[in-house]
Write a protein that binds this ligand. Sequence first.
Ligand SMILES: [Zn+2]
Length: 285
Amino acid sequence: MVNCGGCCLGHCWFRFIMVVAMKLICLLVTALFLSSCYSTKLPDAGSSSQARQKATSHSKSKASRKPAKRAVYTVRPNDTLYSIGKRFGIDYHTIAWRNRLRSPYRIYVGQHIYITRVAPRSQALPIARSMYKAPVKTAKKKQGIKSAKPSHKTKARGYAKGRLLWPVKGKVTSLFGRRGSRMHDGVDISAKQGTPIHAADAGTVVYADQRLSGYGKLVIVRHARNLFTAYAHNQRNLVKRGARVRKGDVIARVGRTGRASTAHLHFEVRHGSTAVDPLAYLPRR
Ligand SMILES: [Zn+2]
């Protein structure tokens, strides 16, 4: 009896220990699993909506107060540009613009979409701030004595679409807008070394040098209405600062000076210091 009782007791005791041990193991495994779930990194790259929701629910104040300045979102099934915009609190037009997406804004699963609230900055051109004033008045005064060209009056009305001249004949190889994390302030037009570069409109050369890093030999022309055009990576600059140029005048030759791997013209249009899309000012071709 005793033996039997002892045996029974020992058996029960062993079962009890086993059950407790199993429970402990289960708890440990669950804890490990949960901790691995919640250690999902914050979506600096390739965030999923679920990960984001968890992140926001745990550190709501941090995430909502300090949005990532630069983030890449990986498109998931059933995402639309609108739904992504809504999720991140950014107008989907802005996302479209920053990712160079055009209507109907098609996106595909796995595509990387830049989600950022801060647009990349344009590089400043080597022009004194004082130059960014509309030169209309001074131009009129100076021209009063000399022959007042009728073309100047038309310019004073503003720059409509297609107002400028294509500076070089060639294929556009890179558009204006975001290029990765940087801003591409102009368009690149492919052309052979030595191809003539024409002034996009009449104006005054305000810069002809190669001091600006990356641009190589650069010419900047100031036009009416506070509009500037810039021609970079030139093989040779054929004008000097202060020279007045007419629309179509050859002002430089295509090259690959500065940060350029192939011969092309980097062409910029600026309203004051703000870079604008040159294609909005060039005629369709
Ligand atoms: Zn360029």
